[in-house]
Design a protein around this ligand. Structure first.
Ligand code: SAH
Length: 394
């Protein structure tokens, strides 16, 4: 077994069960891509078993902090069983669920979503790539399903020196799937959609939005960064009669339109706008338009803390415009999925946007990702999605 020795003083985060070892913390040792290594302190104390990533800045990802643990097929079967068991205890109002959420499930670099009878996997680190066949077999056995589609077409694979890969790993057939989320039917294409096909982490927030739209009697709703219109369907379900979905992806918008029909809503109550959100918000302001509710769910502006400053300006900008466009008493549901922006900083950004817009608002709720995207207490980096539900002062 190859050994990695950590620089003196750099062992603390591993002792606190944080699962990453950065390149700069390593005194000596190396291994092949994905190979299991024993990580030790400068004094020779066992710290963890991990997977080596020779090219990534995150040089080792911990598999286990238990010295007696063997990293073998049984280990992966057990981790997968534990993740699945946790999901069965959660209240998940959907047949689409995140089954494996990387580090939080003790499987760094592995993402697995279930859409009905189909699994979609992302293998994002050298470690899970090396154990791929074992992991696939364990997944199929544990779920009893027969279809697994790979969506390892993600940029972080390059940091690991891995090529992008997509296609059926098990089973075959249609990549178009219809899922049931809350009371709604939504379609997605596991081969073509963003990420694994759909944004499951917003499931509970869509329901909250539907309830709030109804509670506050919102009729006109602007859903910015709508993707396939999940929040638009929620708005219609909440009684909105004039919903606009804005996104820069035409295929996503076509699906948003289809979702209106699929759920039996009045097609005339929804409109799709293939446009840049920032420009759209400015145009609506110029036209003197207002909305009863606005959703801002942009893509990750700050993947890491290093990007936080520029991202903060971009977040502030859209939030300022959004707050101005809201009718008095209107609702803003605003999100950031950037790991580099803390909930605290996000609150400050929205506060700054309110000041600039000269708008006062009440925070009705602070939300995060659905619990099938768990955060563990040892891994603060796992927190990424945060949202504020703001009621504009009347
Ligand atoms: N709210 C969605 C998820 C949003 S993901 C849901 O509930 O499913 C972010 C979306 O922003 C993507 O669909 C992407 O196409 C879109 N996007 C990114 N940059 C954009 C821009 N400048 N203007 C409009 N849409 C943009």
């Amino acid at each position: 077994m190859k050994k990695i020795v950590i620089r003196a003083g750099k062992e603390r985060s591993l002792q606190r069960r944080h699962p990453w070892v950065f390149e700069g913390s390593i005194a000596r040792g190396g291994a092949d891509a994905g190979e299991t290594v024993r990580v030790e302190s400068a004094e020779g104390l066992f710290l963890c078993w991990g997977a080596f990533s020779p090219l990534s800045n995150i040089r080792v990802r911990a598999w286990s902090f238990d010295e007696a643990q063997r990293i073998d097929a049984t280990f992966f079967q057990q981790r997968i069983a534990k993740a699945l068991a946790m999901r069965t205890r959660l209240p998940i109002a959907s047949d689409a669920v995140r089954l494996i959420h990387g580090e939080a499930d003790g499987l760094p670099g592995l993402i697995v979503d279930r859409y009905g009878d189909t699994l979609v996997g992302q293998f994002l680190s050298a470690g899970v790539e090396r154990w791929k066949v074992v992991i696939i077999d364990a997944l199929m056995a544990a779920t009893g399903l027969s279809r697994l589609y790979e969506r390892s077409d993600v940029q972080v694979r390059e940091l690991e020196g891995l090529p992008q890969q997509t296609g059926w790993l098990r089973g075959e057939g249609e990549t178009e799937i219809i899922i049931q989320e809350h009371q709604w039917r939504l379609s997605l294409d596991v081969a073509e959609g963003h990420k694994t096909g759909y944004y499951l982490d917003q499931r509970d927030n869509r329901k909250k939005f539907a309830d709030s739209v109804r509670q506050y009697g919102c009729k006109s709703v602007l859903n910015c960064f709508s993707y396939t219109g999940g929040f638009s369907v929620a708005a219609l379900a909440g009684g909105a009669t004039e919903v606009i979905s804005v996104d820069s992806s035409a295929p996503a918008l076509a699906r948003a339109d289809a979702h209106v029909r699929l759920n039996g809503f009045e097609p005339g109550h929804h409109r799709s706008l293939d446009a840049d959100v920032n420009a759209t918000l400015r145009n609506f302001l110029k036209e003197g338009r207002t909305f009863d509710a606005i959703v801002l769910d942009p893509p990750k502006f700050a993947p890491t803390v290093a990007h936080a400053e520029r991202a903060a300006r971009a977040y502030k900008d859209i939030n300022r415009l959004g707050l101005r466009l809201l009718a008095p008493g209107g609702l803003l549901f605003t999100f950031s999925c950037s790991g580099g922006i803390s909930p605290d900083l996000f609150h400050k950004i929205v506060a700054g946007a309110g000041l600039d817009a000269q708008v006062d608002g009440y925070i009705l709720d602070r939300v995060g990702a659905t619990p099938d995207h768990p955060q563990t207490i040892n891994f603060p980096e796992g927190e990424y999605l945060k949202g504020l539900l703001v009621l504009k002062a009347a």
